[in-house]
Design a protein around this ligand. Structure first.
Ligand code: FMN
Length: 353
């Protein structure tokens, strides 16, 4: 059976999704964005395929998700095909609607290991990775191999089963579906080679390509080049692939307009969603909406990570108040928030903005 995402891609003219963001699109944030904005699809932050294959149990926290967040795509990075095989098996086992391979991360911690955007142009290795991802999916769906056959420890298998129970609390007898296989990449390393690169990617056995309209060298500077996205889209679609554009989009209406103008099947929105999950519905939040979102985000964080302090939400809290008249004064208090009581004490200051 095909995944929810495959069905949506088959029936919708334009999908608008939450882009993967390391350190941001964790389970509590995804759940909040799903609640408030209901994007058409949601990505996890990227997770190391090698780390998952080695049984790094903490990494499995990044793969926790609830049904409200579906269709959900799990994103992997790395460079070792065998690890991608195991990671793809695990993501399929966990019921993900899609498995995305990151070929776009510009962070030196990733590219220095030859992963992320450093893989752009490495045709043979990328082809091998996609082939092993397909094999991992097939072996899971056909049950030719079990989790134990992957060489994972009992401790790791217990954590995978914990994830499964989190995602399917009322049982998971018929959860296995064929995930969409995709790649998210950039225009090139230090120059725009997107037509050739996407031409090559389109020849691989995958369903979807997302192109961020910047090179690795650009990082996040300058503007995303949507003309290049348009050209690459023509190539991918003529090869029967779905194609999403990404970069600098601020709202659902802009995403829909870009779908028409640049002839893509969907748009992913990243940075603009931080502190603004309403953008997926083109809504403008009131101060009260923002405060409610902060509370809900904190509650979802506590549900998912009961033993972690709220400190790591400060970045999100700062973005919820951004643009309010008293944002500057609020910021000084927000950077000290470490528990729920602190947050509750800000109610009047936010509501009276
Ligand atoms: C803090 C941060 C973390 C990111 N982490 C990832 C990631 O894990 N995987 C990925 O493919 N892209 C990642 N990106 C890139 C975004 O998904 C997106 O491609 C980029 O921000 C451009 O889209 P935007 O202008 O809508 O933000 C990250 C971006 C930011 C700002």
């Amino acid at each position: 059976m095909n995944s929810q995402l495959a069905s949506k891609m088959g029936s919708c003219a334009c999908l608008v999704g939450l882009s993967p963001m390391d350190g941001i699109t964790d389970e509590p944030f995804r759940r909040l964005v799903a609640d408030i904005g209901s994007p058409d699809l949601i990505f996890t932050e990227f997770v190391s395929a090698e780390g998952l294959a080695k049984g790094g149990v903490k990494l499995y926290d990044k793969l926790l998700y609830r049904q409200e967040e579906t269709p959900i795509v799990g994103q992997l990075f790395g460079k070792d095909p065998d690890s991608f095989y195991k990671a793809a098996y695990v993501l399929t086992f966990l019921g993900f609607d899609g498995i995305d391979i990151n070929l776009g991360c510009p962070a030196k911690t990733v590219t220095h290991h030859g992963s992320g955007a450093a893989l752009i142009g490495h045709h043979d290795l990328v082809a091998q990775i996609i082939s092993t991802v397909n094999k991992g999916v097939d072996d899971c769906l056909s049950a030719t191999k079990t989790l134990s056959d992957l060489g994972l420890s009992q401790k790791t298998i217990a954590v995978i089963n914990r994830n499964l129970a989190y995602s399917f609390p009322s049982g998971y007898s018929s959860r296995l579906t064929r995930p969409v296989i995709s790649i998210k990449t950039r225009l090139g390393i230090d120059s725009d080679i997107s037509s050739d690169w996407v031409g090559f990617l389109s020849s691989l056995p995958l369903d979807l390509i997302t192109l961020h309209g910047r090179t690795l060298k650009q990082g996040y500077s300058g503007h995303a080049d949507w003309q290049s996205i348009f050209r690459a889209s023509q190539i991918a679609r003529s090869n029967g692939k779905k194609f999403f554009g990404n970069g600098d989009v601020q709202s659902r209406s802009q995403a829909l307009e870009y779908c028409r103008r640049y002839q893509v099947d969907g748009v992913l929105i990243g940075r603009a969603s931080l502190g603004h999950p309403w953008l997926f519905k083109d809504q403008t939040p009131s101060p009260s909406d923002r405060y409610s979102a902060m509370l809900l985000h904190a509650q979802y964080f506590r549900d998912c990570f009961p033993s972690r302090p709220l400190d790591s939400l400060r970045r999100h809290f700062l973005s919820y108040v951004s643009g309010l008249k008293t944002a500057k004064a609020l910021r000084q208090q927000i950077v000290r928030i470490s528990n729920f009581d602190h947050l509750l004490s800000l109610e009047a200051a936010i509501l009276n903005c």
